[in-house]
Design a binder for this molecule. Sequence first.
Ligand SMILES: Nc1ncnc2c1ncn2[C@@H]1O[C@H](COP(=O)(O)OP(=O)(O)OP(=O)(O)O)[C@@H](O)[C@H]1O
Ligand SMILES: [Mg+2]
Length: 353
Amino acid sequence: MCLSGEYKTDNSYYSLHCPPLFIVSCCHSVDFYGYMPNHWFVGGEPIPDIIEVQDLEKKFGDIIAVDTISFTVKKGEVFGFLGPNGAGKTSTMKIIACVSPRTSGTITVFGMDPETHPAEIKLRLGVVPQETNLDPDFTCFCNLFTYSRYFDIPPDIAHQRAEELLADELLDFVQLQEKRDVTVEKLSGGMKRRLILARALVNNPDLLILDEPTIGLDPQARHLIWERLKLLQAQGNTIILTTHYLDEAARLCDRLVIMDNGKILVEGTPVDLVKQYVGNEVVEIEKTDEVISCLSKNSIPFEAIGDSVQVATDSSREIAKILFDQCSPHKVLTRPATLEDVFLKLTGRKLKE
Ligand SMILES: Nc1ncnc2c1ncn2[C@@H]1O[C@H](COP(=O)(O)OP(=O)(O)OP(=O)(O)O)[C@@H](O)[C@H]1O
Ligand SMILES: [Mg+2]
């Protein structure tokens, strides 16, 4: 049973048994690869905002899951949400996906309010939820085919054939064609994630909401998904995604926010955030009293984390020279600065403790 408003369970709104709460006439093209954006960079015209969020808040009783956040997502962007467990990423995704009502604040998706126009918005969304919620008894093909039926009525023969073709195209897209007639319960975890991505594309959405799309995938499968997401973006889709993987965020996202405790700490492009908050490089030194007092004596700012000391810098050679000349370091490592360093700088904690 599907209920509007708050969810009964996390999965119920995304479940195959619980399709979008509306019925539409034929709304997708089977010519998936032929899909082209209606608007992209149109001769200097401003790119429209697909999502506009102002002072959004979500409370579960006393818990503030989303704490007055504001952001916008532009058409055609890949926009990321990076943050540790419990940061409020999924809660935010669910509000955008029209499956969880906000406590306060304003939000529009395609210019409409998710609470007053959920059907119109859902028609244009593809969602990969954090939890895997495929129908375990159906084959891969049947999962896609059955889901596509929710978007197509009346089910005449021409439409049925189109949906079969679409299901097969999508299985190709996520490289699961060889598992076409295998039931979901016999798939590996990574294969299930790929099938969920295929399912999210069934209605040829304008906006993809991906909550940890590559969790549990092996490196090769992650690369496949990254490649596919880049392709979808090139075809005009707007994508919002949450991830714990820093390399994924840095590689895929045009812009991202780093969240913690329901708040947005910073927003920007991955490169700019790293440059602005950390610099180009980080020098890591094994923590000893001698190293700490030596860095302090030379007025070099540092962070002590666990058994190491980190110096963010644009001139790692100079820092290394001072260390070797004056500080008797045990181990010194120089590496490029990352979004993890940004998070550390802002919170004093690692993304994954
Ligand atoms: N249905 C719910 N009922 C009560 N509290 C909830 C519910 N959903 C989320 N929360 C709480 O809201 C906070 C934010 O959770 P959320 O799932 O949005 O985090 P997240 O950033 O997605 O974390 P993760 O990286 O672990 O997926 C957490 O404290 C969580 O316990
Ligand atoms: Mg989550």
